[in-house]
Design a protein around this ligand. Structure first.
Ligand SMILES: *[C@@H]1O[C@H](CO)[C@@H](O)[C@H](O)[C@H]1NC(C)=O
Length: 217
């Protein structure tokens, strides 16, 4: 095939080149202190102790990321195939009381740049979420606190995770990194420095990170 023809196929499919994926997860007991969100009044048992998906984000080593790569919307058929019970457990939208706005927005902003079909994108995010799980050092210290280095050790060490904290030092988000295979996320990798720089939780030796419970709301 001629180069021009190859280039035109590539531009038609708008194939995105990016360096790696970030799985960003939310700790809902903290998120629910940041606003008066309807879903926070009836939290699932899962989100009381386990992180849920914020998004699966194509990312570049320099810190930039592609976004809104097409105007394809998340379809009802994809939502039906995944199932609202699964979405409400692993990718809940507490702002809209367990609706589909959040996952749809994440697909539009990040998923359309992932080079995956939408069902594959949603399933890939859920698969990473369930494989990673939530380390015991977090789950067993809900409503209390844990030493930052021990939480990072629960994720494989300080270069494997970015812990994001609110201004009060409470755990808000966890970011982990995965290789870009060209057709979805691959193995977990050391996070590039641009992601590690997003770690805003206590880093000094012995310093503790607050882990909210829904009772703190
Ligand atoms: C939280 O996740 C762990 C695995 O990381 C799992 O064993 C546990 O059952 C989950 N908790 C709930 C309430 O589902």
């Amino acid at each position: 095939m001629h180069l021009a023809a190859l280039l035109s196929i590539a531009s038609f499919a708008s194939i995105q080149a990016f360096d790696f994926y970030v799985l960003s997860q939310t700790f809902q007991p903290y998120f629910c202190t940041t606003g008066n969100f309807a879903g926070c009044n009836n939290p699932t048992d899962f989100m009381k102790t386990n992180l849920t998906i914020h998004g699966l984000w194509p990312n570049n080593n320099d810190g930039s990321y592609p976004s809104f790569c097409s105007d394809e919307t998340l379809s009802q058929s994809t939502i039906d195939q995944v199932g609202m019970d699964v979405i409400n457990t692993y990718w809940p939208d507490v702002k809209t009381n367990y609706g589909t706005t959040f996952i749809s927005n994440e697909w539009s902003k990040h998923g359309t740049c992932s080079d995956m079909a939408q069902l594959d994108y949603v399933n890939a995010a859920i698969s990473l979420e369930t494989q990673l799980g939530t380390p015991d050092i977090i789950s067993s210290n809900v409503g209390s606190s844990a030493v930052g280095s021990q939480i990072r050790a629960g994720y494989g060490g300080a270069n494997m995770v970015a812990l994001v904290c609110g201004s009060n030092g409470a755990l808000s988000e966890v970011r982990t990194c995965y290789e870009n295979t060209g057709s979805g996320p691959g193995n977990r990798i050391t996070c590039p420095q641009t992601i590690l720089n997003e770690d805003s939780c206590a880093k000094k030796a012995g310093k503790k990170i607050t882990i909210y419970s829904f009772n703190d709301n």
